[in-house]
Ligand binder design. Structure first.
Ligand SMILES: [Mn+2]
Length: 264
């Protein structure tokens, strides 16, 4: 048996379709270095029923190695029912954390990475999105023209929002917005949050790094998802929107749009 080798998307774009259980997921992933950073420490990985994104940190290639490591570990999880997939994701995160802890850090910061994304699993026999998150990359659900942030950021400014000191919009532009409170590696807490919701025809799932949400407010993200004719157009317009506003960080997006297989 040969292992499926899944290339990551970094400084590149990829798109395709996955069919399962009467549904079609049309997906597109784009990862751009932005206009200020010299290296792209973000990466995305898409495989059947797996839509994953990581934003690495550490400098001197360490961020790239860390994001690559967590995506390789999670990309190897074969989605099944919700409970077993969740357990497999936790095991894969342990493997990745161990690997990232061993990345050389003699001349600088310890390597680490955020990770978020969605896997299609079954729950009570019904296809569901299982969303995982560590850090301040985000997974959103766009449903019936409404954009909902599924994940909760693990960041200092999110804690200030929850304590009532900042509004979400103030947090988005606050100078402390890059301070995260959980990560895989970097000597940080790597506890993962999980969320689940049914796969619904017409929904779009957006997975993105903070390089998108630091530039574009949710209202503009929602408009782009509403107006774009397909997943590839949505992904490239989101990236273009961040670039137009200065793209001070790496920008990576995955858009996954659900349709009924009978309709295509
Ligand atoms: Mn970032």
């Amino acid at each position: 048996m040969t292992m499926e080798s899944i290339p990551t998307v970094r400084n590149s774009a990829a798109s395709g379709v996955h069919d399962f259980d009467g549904f079609r997921v049309e997906w597109s992933a784009v990862s751009d270095v932005g206009l200020v950073r010299e290296a792209n420490e973000d990466a995305a990985l898409v495989a059947r029923q797996r839509y994953l994104l990581a934003d690495g940190m550490g400098g001197h290639d360490r961020g790239e190695i860390a994001s690559e490591a967590v995506l390789a570990a999670l990309g190897a999880v074969v989605p099944g029912d919700l409970t077993s997939t969740r357990a497999a994701v936790l095991d894969a995160l342990d493997v990745a954390a161990d690997e990232i802890d061993h990345i050389d850090s003699r001349n600088g910061r310890r390597a680490g990475t955020t990770v978020t994304g969605a896997m299609v699993v079954t729950y009570d026999g019904v296809p569901h999105w299982l969303v995982v998150n560590i850090g301040d990359s985000r997974t959103y659900r766009w449903s019936e023209s409404e954009l909902e942030q599924v994940t909760t950021d693990h960041s200092q400014v999110q804690e200030l929002v929850e304590a009532g000191f900042l509004t979400a919009e103030q947090a988005r532009v606050d100078p402390r917005r890059n301070v995260i409170t959980r990560a895989v590696g970097a000597g940080m807490d790597a506890e993962a949050d999980f969320f689940a919701f049914p796969v619904v025809v017409g929904d779009k799932v957006l997975i993105c790094s903070d390089g998108l949400t630091g530039e574009l407010p949710d209202s503009e993200i929602s408009d782009i998802l509403a107006d774009a004719p397909d997943a590839a157009a949505a992904a490239s317009e989101l990236i273009a929107g961040a670039l137009a506003l200065g793209a001070r960080d790496n920008v990576t997006v995955i858009v996954a749009a659900v349709s009924r297989l009978d309709d295509v």
